[in-house]
Design a protein around this ligand. Structure first.
Ligand SMILES: Nc1ncnc2c1ncn2[C@@H]1O[C@H](COP(=O)(O)OP(=O)(O)OP(=O)(O)O)[C@@H](O)[C@H]1O
Ligand SMILES: [Mg+2]
Length: 348
């Protein structure tokens, strides 16, 4: 490491944080992404006193497997903050982890946080306070679709309309951007979580088998498809869970055609959200979108065939951002680093 970069590293711990309902991603100025962990906190209650037991990856491993005294909490749900106290603990934990306990000798860091657009002003204030308490000198907030669009290299500073669809864990946000502003935004409370739930309920209804969210998520990531396979069946997979009738563990098999059936409802809600946004877009901007197409970001964009489904349903070109899971954090980081984007940062 050169003296220059050592000094640079020393003086600069400015951070950009994508506080997502499923994952929290942290970007440090000049270094890029340094942390990417599930937004999960395991809280232990002993003699009425609550204590954080694990955060992030370690806490997610405990989900659905905790004894009565421990609860694995996702403080953000459905694109909003469900438990502000736990959210605050989580933010502090991640900031401290990135800091490595060291404080810059020159100045306290600046922090930019990307918040779910469904969060209220009270929640936003609480998030700002959490970051301030964790040692930030200044806290800025940024709207998720704006961060997603910047991260996906879309022409947000130009007088060109473009559409981003961010499919996260809790929500799907659809936005039309132009000249550093959100010309139109809408969000539906359907994202990866609702897809997982759809798989859980499909397996329960059709096979009397109870499976956990974590299992459903694994199935979705490995075998999930937004459109039925060509032969209607595709691959067949085996799933283990608990039989609802006699209570014992058992294994069943389902195929990708059935998974496509299970996912049809949440996917049609997402398509509907996109359609509504297109209908509400001013004509000049709509004309640009015909050329620019729609860009998908967020982990949900990785669902196989979702881009094809949106292409078929809208007739527009649809592309997936390069790294959908970190796109928002990268955009938040760029908004912090590049003065051209300063206008999109919010102080309240
Ligand atoms: N390969 C994949 N196929 C389908 N879904 C996936 C895949 N990889 C990740 N996901 C899903 O993406 C979601 C997480 O995406 P992301 O990290 O963008 O959400 P988030 O930013 O935390 O949530 P939000 O933006 O709603 O607050 C999870 O539901 C996860 O299951
Ligand atoms: Mg997100």
């Amino acid at each position: 490491m050169s003296i220059f970069s050592r000094l640079f590293k020393f003086s600069s711990q400015d951070m950009a944080i994508d506080l997502g309902t499923a994952n929290t991603v942290v970007y440090v100025r000049g270094r890029g992404i340094v942390l990417n962990e599930p937004s999960v906190v395991a809280v232990e209650t002993l003699n009425g006193v609550k204590r954080v037991k694990a955060v992030g990856e370690d806490a997610k491993l405990m989900m659905g497997k905790t004894p009565d005294s421990i609860e694995a909490i996702r403080p953000l749900r459905d694109g909003v903050i469900a438990d502000i106290d736990v959210a605050e603990q989580m933010i502090k934990h991640f900031i401290t982890k990135v800091h490595g306990g060291k404080h810059s000798p020159w100045r306290a860091p600046e922090i930019v946080i990307c918040v779910p657009s469904g969060s209220t002003s009270v929640e936003r204030r609480a998030i700002r306070d959490a970051a301030s308490n964790a040692g930030a000198s200044q806290v800025f907030l940024i709207e998720e679709p704006m961060a997603a669009a910047i991260g996906a290299d879309m022409p947000v500073t130009e007088p060109i309309g473009s559409m981003v669809v961010d499919i996260g864990g809790g929500a799907t946000e659809v936005a039309v951007l132009s000249l550093r502003g959100l010309a139109y935004t809408t969000s539906v409370r359907v994202g990866g979580d609702k897809m997982d739930e759809a798989i859980v309920s499909f397996v329960r209804r059709h096979h009397n088998l109870l499976i956990g969210e974590a299992t459903a998520e694994r199935i979705k990531k490995q075998f999930g498809v937004a459109q039925p396979p060509e032969d209607g069946v595709g691959e067949t997979i085996h799933i283990k869970g608990r039989d609802l009738v006699n209570g014992v563990p058992k294994e069943i098999s389902i195929n990708q055609g059935q998974i496509a059936d299970a996912l049809a409802e949440p996917i049609s809600t997402i398509v509907e959200g996109v359609r509504i946004a297109l209908e509400n877009t001013a004509p000049e901007l709509a004309a640009d979108i015909v050329d620019q197409g729609i860009v998908l970001t967020g982990g949900g964009a990785l669902l196989k065939g979702l881009d094809d489904e949106l292409r078929d349903e809208t007739g527009l070109p649809v592309t997936i951002a390069e790294d959908p899971l970190t796109c928002v954090a990268i955009g938040t980081g760029r908004a912090m680093e590049d003065p051209i984007f300063r206008g999109v940062l919010q102080t309240a």
